[in-house]
Design a protein. Structure first.
Length: 143
């Protein structure tokens, strides 16, 4: 893998016989993966589903995964999630106490807010705190 974002931290988790790709999109149970040369539409293996308990156990945008492409070369199956460096999450909307994973393995998060009558300093402080807790660096942009 020659991608600049595939740091030694991730490289050390992959054997020479495994293929790694980054999750670039997730929607309705379907993942989009990108490796050095192409993109794939992917699903999770049955074992992956079986062993996953919480939202944190599933891949999120920004995650590195071990995958196997199907023979057609456009679709793939995800077998394993590599250890994360950072994880940005929040409490799921509504009355549930479940966690919602937003993104992972991001170094910098831009928090953009307008300085209008709806500006809320406490909300901005919560966002900044969430980013710090994820391990990423927050950058606040006020417009």
């Amino acid at each position: 893998m020659k991608r600049k974002d595939f740091h030694p931290f991730f490289q050390s988790q992959v054997t020479s016989t495994e293929s790694a790709a980054r999750v670039t999109r997730f929607s309705h149970g379907i993942y989009t993966l990108a490796d050095d040369t192409k993109t794939y539409t992917a699903n999770l293996s049955g074992r992956f589903h079986y062993e996953s308990v919480t939202a944190r156990d599933y891949p999120a945008v920004g995650d590195w995964v071990i995958f196997q492409p199907y023979e057609n070369g456009e679709k793939a199956v995800i077998h394993r999630l590599l250890e994360r460096q950072t994880l940005l999450s929040r409490k799921q909307a509504g009355t549930s106490n479940n966690e919602q994973v937003i993104a992972s393995n991001v170094d910098t998060v831009f928090i953009v807010t307008a300085l209008t009558q709806e500006f809320n300093l406490r909300r901005l402080e919560r966002y900044v705190q969430q980013v710090y807790e994820s391990g990423a660096k927050p950058v606040v942009v006020c417009t």
